[in-house]
Design a protein around this ligand. Structure first.
Ligand code: NAX
Length: 328
């Protein structure tokens, strides 16, 4: 009998949590024969709502779900976890400066990083979704010195998935025919979805679509501002699609990559001239024994390099503001 994979989820009573937990418990993240245990972490005011979510999980009678822990104590929440999905964060409110947001969330991610360091398994892998996710991830990583840096990730898979669909719609192909679409940089409107190296039926997407002004002036901003468009249409931010991207990110990190690559934010060691020591989105492949690496040898033209550099400059700036405020 397999031991369960223990997954800690922060912000478990939030929008994304509500869409995510049921997919983990049903086996869509780790496979149909892999038991799971869920450590649901919330802040005190949301504990009653969290109890309701846990009741609904119970009511699904998921055969794979072996245990549910509900807590607002990080030391309990991250105890022995194999994965920490850091979804909860404080949203930007009217009148709040970006620097304030970085400071407020930074403190949260310092605390979570420390608790992961002290209580999670050494092999724990951490995926940060809560925004600003790249910098929050960097802060958590810094606060967890005993967990290898390579085990920290932030999410740009939703951006990749959004970009693939936009290209498929434009080209009139199926979304599965769009591959190798890397979103580079920060999970913010400055991100660069690389339509030059993306493939449509194995040919360059830029060549198939043959409309550079649409790609540069419509496609790139459409992907970058898709989150805002969802809020406008739905009156609430992306939840099911974000949860779906969490499932995609984790399930693709735990198996060898077939075909191309996927976008994940990881710690940079200067690949492609990216500044070192930021958590930034790059093309990732997982090898046969489960180690990931940044794909080498992708050709970037001047336009792509400029876009990527601008997005990464934003991350360097976020790092200096956040580290300054937190004294890191
Ligand atoms: P909600 O506001 O619905 O839920 C957040 C939950 O987190 C709340 O239940 C809150 O009580 C909890 N929370 C707050 N601080 C916490 C803490 N210190 N410890 C534990 N729980 C805490 O937001 P939701 O729509 O679920 O979005 C969650 C985060 O995902 C937001 O930061 C959002 O910006 C971010 N997103 C990131 C995306 C990405 O691609 N990286 C896309 C979707 C989403 O926008």
């Amino acid at each position: 009998k397999k031991d369960p994979i223990r997954v800690a989820v922060t912000g478990a009573a939030g929008n994304i949590g509500y869409a995510l937990l049921f997919r983990i418990a049903s086996g869509q993240m780790f496979g149909p024969d892999q038991p799971v245990a869920l450590n649901l972490i919330e802040i005190e005011p949301a504990m009653a709502a969290l109890a309701g979510v846990a009741m609904e999980l119970d009511d699904c009678a998921f055969p794979l779900l072996e245990e549910i822990v509900q807590t607002s104590d990080l030391n309990v929440g991250f105890k022995d976890c194999d994965w920490a999905l850091l979804v909860g964060s404080v949203p930007r409110k009217a009148g709040m400066e970006r620097a304030d947001l970085l400071g407020i969330n930074g403190k949260i991610f310092v605390g979570q990083g420390k608790a992961i360091n002290d209580h999670a398994k050494r092999s724990c892998r951490v995926l940060v979704v809560g925004n600003p996710c790249n910098t929050n991830c960097l802060i958590a990583m810094r606060s967890a010195p005993d967990i290898p840096d390579k085990q920290f990730f932030a999410m740009t898979r939703l951006d990749e998935n959004r970009a693939k669909t936009q290209l498929a719609l434009k080209a009139g192909v199926k979304v599965k025919d769009v591959t190798e679409l890397c979103v580079w940089g920060n999970h913010s409107p400055s991100m660069f979805p690389d339509f030059y190296n993306a493939k449509i039926n194995r040919q360059s997407a830029a060549k198939v679509i043959a409309d550079e002004s649409w790609l540069k002036e419509t496609f790139v901003p459409t992907v970058g501002t898709r989150g805002a468009a969802i809020i406008k249409a739905r009156g609430a931010s992306s939840a099911a699609s974000a949860a779906n991207a969490v499932v995609d990110t984790v399930s693709d990190l735990i198996k060898p990559t077939r075909g191309g690559y996927h976008s994940v934010c990881v710690i940079s060691s200067g690949e492609y001239g990216v500044p070192e020591g930021i958590i930034t989105s790059m093309p990732i492949r997982v090898d046969a024994v489960g180690n990931w690496r940044v794909v080498e040898g992708i050709k970037l033209n001047d336009y792509a390099r400029e876009k990527i550099a601008a997005s990464n400059a934003e991350l360097v700036e976020e790092r200096s503001v956040a580290f300054g405020q937190l004294g890191l």
